[in-house]
Design a protein around this ligand. Sequence first.
Ligand code: ADP
Ligand code: MG
Length: 433
Amino acid sequence: MEPRRAPYDARHALPLLVDAHRATTRILRVAYPFLAEGGLGADGTYIGSDVFSGGSFVYDPWVLYQSKVITNPNLLLAGVIGSGKSSTAKAFITRSIALGHRAYVPCDPKGEWTPVAEAIGGAAIQLGPGLPTRLNPLDAGTRPAAVQPDEWDKIVWSRRRALLGTLAESTLGRPMTAVEHTSLDLALETATTNPAPTIPDVVVALFDPDDDRAHRGGLHRNALLDDGREVAHAIRRLVHGDLSGMFDGPSTTEFDATLPMVSLDSSRIGSGGNDHALRLALACASSWMEAAVADPSGGQRFIVYDEGWRVMRDPALLRRMQEQWKLSRAWGVSNVLIIHRLSDLAAVGDLGSEARALAEGLLADCSTRIMLRQEPDQLARTATLLGLTDVEIATIGKLPKGRALWRLPDRSFVVQLVRHAREVELFDTDARM
Ligand SMILES: Nc1ncnc2c1ncn2[C@@H]1O[C@H](COP(=O)(O)OP(=O)(O)O)[C@@H](O)[C@H]1O
Ligand SMILES: [Mg+2]
């Protein structure tokens, strides 16, 4: 077609002094973020509208992982309070469930996933002092068909052992020593003579080590007792302390992995800012959930940590989280971590500390970073950590509610979440506050 020529149609009297330039869209979409973008295709869950192109924005972590657009299926959401992090996660996840995915929410300190889980035919497990539900975090779970029995025994052993170690180290506030590890190993062995061991069994075995077992290991009972004393007191907190009644006996409920969504409502734990109780509860609850989720044939599942920053202050928990994330890819799991700002990750420890490295490792393990509105003082840090361009930075400083920068390894999108009236009602957290 002949170019249309009319007076004043954006021509200038002076010639344009820029060389003609030709580049592929691969290059151009980096040089001109948002504008030269072809989209992610139509395979996945509808999120909302791409603000710059006006088209639909569709996303599915497993589809993009398969097509190598992202290097892992994990997501990180960050934004100020009320910017729409939870709403975005809830919309995205409930809609994905329609495609056959499932979701488990082990960390829900505000209890705001309970109505969501119930509305879509899932279940919410309420945990708290005085409530009837008890979970045994040492439950073995069901052996997946693909795993041999002796291999399964080893998996169950190491899951139990890892959890007990995390509980002890988190309460002690330091790594366990070599002799403490030995004491805990022997106590767990003793407790495991019971086919369904509980935490009180382990505590009893720590306070009263088994003579024969000690001898067979070439150790003395009294030495074991001394060595394990601090660990025993640390783990005892779950039996007699502020968390008693929640994790200290046989489970009163079963994890139904066939439900579309299961959430653990921990809104009644850690009230008054007792984040340590909340962290221990999360360690127990997520270990209990893991037992059910560690099945590669279980389908594609999301594991959501809402208000994740509250549990990230703890190196022992971070270490467990990281180990679990490494495994989760093999299980078909996409982890969704929700925090306020990226400096939450730095706040867990000093530069060069293990905790800091672990937290920043989690960021690296999230290929998809969804940035909602950030405080102005956070912009520079966010830019450095995520390698954002000036245009992107300017964008995330003034995002309205529910609008986010979706940052994938070398692509970015600004997406406005579009919600159905029913979702608006279901995800409303203002009314409940
Ligand atoms: N796209 C949106 N448009 C209008 N209001 C929204 C939008 N997204 C979220 N909200 C409202 O803002 C409130 C806070 O959202 P929420 O997702 O709970 O924020 P956050 O988890 O970031 O603190 C909710 O009541 C929600 O209904
Ligand atoms: Mg929220």
